[in-house]
Design a protein around this ligand. Structure first.
Ligand SMILES: Nc1ncnc2c1ncn2[C@@H]1O[C@H](COP(=O)(O)OP(=O)(O)OP(=O)(O)O)[C@@H](O)[C@H]1O
Length: 375
């Protein structure tokens, strides 16, 4: 029998997310893995800069033996070390490769370390097809904190496509366990908010137009919308970029977001409307998490203490993929079903997970008690 659990990177979504969730779970649960057909469904398959840097970062954190990790490689093996070590780690994609996707692979590991971890991450802060850093801090973290974690994020410099060069520091206190999370009833919205920005030489009027686009779509479902409109500081964001992140929070503490980046040839009000429409759909269907948080919550649900339930809009292929991998590597069990609410006419939208109750055996209890006394 092989000493590795074999993961097929071409299944379902067939992209970089398979790699990230597999590596994180392998490091946390000490399961040696071989990943084949990496990103086979992408136009340029194999490891790109962001994936390579992310897996090397986790290998460093847990002292793993990593083979095959080169640019373009379609197969790697990863033999994790015994524990995830506290410390200061630096990772640089040297491209606009997304910092939040580096975090996607490294954060669950840092939370299961034997002491505090600092991650100094360099790359893109606001990239296409990845969470913008502002979504991460202003929306995603609200849901993440419900798993009993706290993370401090500082953005020193913005990095945009194609140059990158952004820099973010993330301070992570480890936890012993992840709490289970149930978000089934969203309740009334208490605020709709967002950020509309330009950077570099782009005129502020673009940010106003993006915000107007959002307001046009959202105001029929929620009257007051608080969007900050600004130009980034040229010292910390010298390159050109524009974008919008729009979010809502409910009386029951659910936070959901949607976003869009400006593109050459796309009218800014259209960019705003695009983000507004995505958020409006979420608001109207009563989801408790947005379409991007769904798949990113799977690893935390799988490891958590007991039963987590999230009400989503329709379950995405990224989410199905993350569930498939989580069930292969961990002992968690997921079930998806339709909302019992009869007014729901969509597809399956409730995710139920019996988490495996993973305990961080290396949790630094003494350090933690000392810290509690200090505060
Ligand atoms: N606009 C967005 N806002 C927030 N999160 C996003 C957004 N777009 C994508 N994501 C998240 O980013 C991740 C992208 O995973 P995916 O496998 O597609 O990317 P990847 O690593 O760049 O690989 P590939 O290039 O193979 O697609 C998913 O977790 C997805 O939910």
């Amino acid at each position: 029998m092989s000493e590795f659990l074999e993961i097929d990177g071409s299944i379902l979504e067939g992209g970089g997310q398979i790699l990230r969730i597999s590596i994180s779970l392998s490091a946390i649960l000490c399961v040696p893995i071989r990943i084949i057909n990496i990103r086979a469904k992408r136009s340029k398959p194999g490891l790109a800069a962001q994936h390579l840097v992310g897996i090397k970062l986790v290998a460093d954190m847990c002292g793993a033996k990593l083979t095959g990790a080169d640019m373009g490689s379609m197969e790697i093996t990863f033999i994790p070390g015994r524990k995830i070590r506290q410390g200061h780690y630096v990772a640089d994609t040297r491209t606009a490769g997304s910092i939040t996707l580096l975090l996607q692979v490294a954060l669950p590991c840092a939370l299961m370390a034997d002491g505090p971890v600092t991650l100094d991450l360099k790359g893109g802060t606001n990239a296409e097809m990845a969470p913008q850093i502002d979504y991460f801090t202003g929306v995603f973290m609200t849901t993440l904190m419900k798993f009993g974690v706290n993370v401090d994020v500082k953005v020193h410099r913005r990095g945009y496509y194609p140059k990158g060069g952004g820099h973010v520091t993330v301070q992570v206190e480890p936890v012993q366990k992840f709490q289970a999370v149930k978000l089934i009833e969203r309740g009334k919205l208490v605020k709709v908010y967002g950020w509309s920005f330009v950077a570099g030489t782009l005129p502020i009027k673009l940010a106003h137009e993006m915000a107007d686009g959002v307001k046009e779509i959202i105001s029929p479902v929620h009257e007051s919308i608080d969007i900050q409109i600004y130009k980034e500081n040229s010292k910390t964001a010298p390159d050109n970029c524009s974008g919008i992140i729009v979010a809502c929070e409910s009386e029951r503490g659910c936070a959901l977001g949607a976003d869009a980046l400006g593109r050459r040839g796309a009218a800014p009000d259209h960019v705003g409307r695009q983000a507004g429409l995505a958020l409006r759909e979420l608001i109207e269907c009563g989801a408790c998490v947005d379409n991007y948080a769904q798949d990113q919550m799977i690893i935390y649900m799988a490891l958590a203490e007991g039963e987590s339930i999230l009400k989503c809009a329709n379950i995405t292929l990224h989410t199905e993929t993350a569930i498939h991998i989580a069930q292969m590597i961990s002992k968690a069990k997921f079930v998806m079903y339709d909302d019992p609410d009869e007014t729901w006419t969509g597809e399956q939208n409730i995710m139920h997970c019996l988490g495996m109750r993973h305990t961080n055996r290396h949790f630094p209890s003494e350090y933690w008690e000392e810290k509690q006394r200090e505060t």
